[in-house]
Design a protein around this ligand. Structure first.
Ligand SMILES: N[C@@H](CCC(=O)N[C@@H](CS)C(=O)NCC(=O)O)C(=O)O
Length: 282
């Protein structure tokens, strides 16, 4: 490990024979101290590097929501899969913020901000794609067999990051993703602030636009609750489905009647997502 990869342990909890841990580190990409969580299954050891799923959370979340509420550890332990959950934005004094829950801290949207004041710290795209996996693969017994998943804003992050980096992730999945942020209130607000008014810059981070233009396919699964309050105005899975049809992208999209936007939905289907990723990681 080089000095670029100095990490400080914050918590350790044994879980299903493996370990749930939190660390902080100084991020050179985000220019602030960041926290992440990692679940290491019992199979992970110096002589046995395990594949790793990167989980991107939604608005208002930290590295903790998924690890506390998704109930993923039992199946991750059985499958021998590590899970890494970063925070959802840069943090700390001096980091630009907004009064709204959907902009600033807790709402990094997994893009590289080009607009002031956000461009000093808000580089979540580079952090997730480059700095974090470099650090994780240097510091823990995990391999470079990667998958990516996320929820809502994090579902948007997972889909766009996978499509912008073909070959980097073996599979991608999302719960209740923001499928067409260019036309959704959450996305329009964040993209205007972080990327500016020119919508050409937004297209590169819109899952539906990317899927419509895709010629290289990463296996993709999306699950959406039919009783999600954000479904019609913010999430728009029908737009992603239409885009997949246009490019013949093999998207497995499922709508589940009665489920809402919460972690009660995620925990109900997380096992299916982990098994989907395991089938592509092995
Ligand atoms: N209306 C909600 C929107 C935020 C929200 O629903 N966040 C989702 C992701 S988009 C979440 O995971 N919240 C944290 C949790 O359920 O643990 C609020 O004001 O907090």
């Amino acid at each position: 490990m080089t000095t670029d990869h100095v990490i400080e342990n914050i918590s350790v909890n044994k879980s299903f024979g493996g370990w749930n841990k939190q660390y902080s580190h100084q991020s050179t990409t985000l220019n602030c101290t960041m926290r992440f969580a990692i679940y290491l299954p019992p199979q992970a050891s110096k002589s046995n590097k395990v594949p790793v799923l990167y989980w991107l959370s939604g608005l208002t979340c930290t590295d903790e929501n998924f690890m506390h509420k998704a109930a993923a550890q039992r199946v991750a332990a059985a499958l021998g899969m590590a899970i890494v959950a970063p925070d959802t934005s840069p943090r700390g004094e001096g980091v630009a913020d907004d009064e709204g829950y959907d902009l600033g801290m807790g709402a990094g949207f997994y893009v590289n901000a080009t607009q002031a004041p956000w461009n000093r710290h808000y580089h979540m795209y580079d952090y997730v794609v480059n700095e974090l996996p470099r650090l994780i693969e240097a510091a823990f017994p995990v391999s470079n067999k990667r998958a990516i998943s996320g929820h809502s804003m994090g579902g948007h992050g997972a889909l766009t990051i996978a499509m912008l980096n073909p070959g980097r992730y073996r599979s991608v999945s999302a719960f209740s993703p923001i499928c067409n942020p260019m036309t959704a209130p959450w996305g329009k607000k964040a993209f205007t602030a972080y990327l500016g008014k020119d919508q050409a810059a937004w297209q590169a981070h819109d899952a539906s636009e990317l899927m419509r233009q895709s010629t290289q396919f990463t296996p993709a699964r999306v699950d959406q609750g039919g009783a999600d309050d954000f479904l019609k105005e913010q999430l728009k899975p029908e737009t992603l489905e239409a885009a997949a049809k246009e490019s013949n992208y093999p998207l497995d999209l499922r709508i589940h009647e009665g489920y809402d936007h919460s972690y009660f939905f995620i925990s109900s289907f997380i096992e299916e997502h982990l098994r989907f990723h395991a089938s592509h990681l092995s």
